[in-house]
Design a protein around this ligand. Structure first.
Ligand code: G3P
Length: 250
């Protein structure tokens, strides 16, 4: 989208130990050597790695993020991590409403809405994920599902500065399957229109990322689609060479 700096973001999910930090070093170095000043980069890592990731990346243009947060700032929520804790560990962004959270951990639109607000409260940018399942796509319900998720998950105080939307068709995640460029264009145009309806003109500059089986071989095509302002990369973000190759697609 004209005037929007693209973002290539990684999501390591429940992958990575100390040994994986070398990949992060390589990612940082890749961006240091002037990979593409036009592209912003972020890697969202497990909370156990966040502080070290943020330190490693601090001398590079790449930033570190969290993968989820609890809506509350602190309290008796054993095992949970707040947005404030992520911020304290060095995060700049946090993913909320990833389809794996929605499917496996019961994160519904209201919870995602609360988590996005929590992110802002802590000074983090919220990456709010939406996307249809295979059954919803086959039923022709994709655009309705996206509208419903945007209405329920995106607080009305969202701005292009504090929020990024990630469109991740659930059936394309980790499967090697991707929508056609025309399908991506339709979904992203719909999301853009809906965001402008909900939030006003400010949403014209909000980033809308595509996620789901992005890899070096399809990045140029997917990232070249209108209204695609970057990528949210899962599996391919675990390998520095692949992540850097995707970032080079811009
Ligand atoms: O959040 C990114 C993710 O869900 C996409 O995963 O492995 O298909 O790139 P992957």
């Amino acid at each position: 989208t004209p005037g929007i700096r693209p973002l290539v973001a990684g999501n390591w999910k429940m992958n990575g130990t100390s040994a994986s930090l070398n990949e992060l070093r390589s990612i940082g170095n890749g961006f240091m050597s002037g990979l593409d000043a036009e592209t912003e980069a972020l890697v969202c890592v497990p909370a156990t790695l966040l502080q070290r990731a943020a330190e490693i990346l601090s001398r590079t243009p790449v930033r570190a993020g969290g993968e989820d947060c609890h809506p509350k700032e602190s309290g008796a929520f054993t095992g949970e991590i707040s947005a404030e804790m992520l911020k304290d560990a060095g995060a700049s962004h946090v993913i909320v409403g990833h389809s794996e959270r929605r499917e496996l951990f019961g994160d519904n639109d209201a919870i995602v809405h609360a988590k996005a607000s929590a992110a802002w409260r802590a000074g983090l940018v919220a990456i709010i994920c939406i996307g249809e399942t295979r059954a919803e796509r086959e039923a022709g319900a994709t655009l309705d599902v996206l509208s419903r998720q945007l209405e329920g998950s995106v607080p009305t105080s969202a701005t292009a500065a504090n929020t990024i939307i990630a469109y991740e068709p659930v059936w394309a995640i980790g499967t090697g399957l991707t929508p056609t460029a025309a399908d991506v264009a339709e979904a992203h145009a719909h999301i853009r229109g809906k965001l402008i309806g909900l939030l006003g003109d400010a949403a014209a500059r909000m980033r809308i990322l595509y996620g789901g089986s992005v890899k070096p071989s399809n990045a140029v095509e997917l990232l070249g689609v209108e209204n695609v302002d970057g990528a949210l990369v899962g599996g391919a973000s675990l390998k520095a060479a692949d992540f850097l190759a995707i970032a080079e697609a811009y």
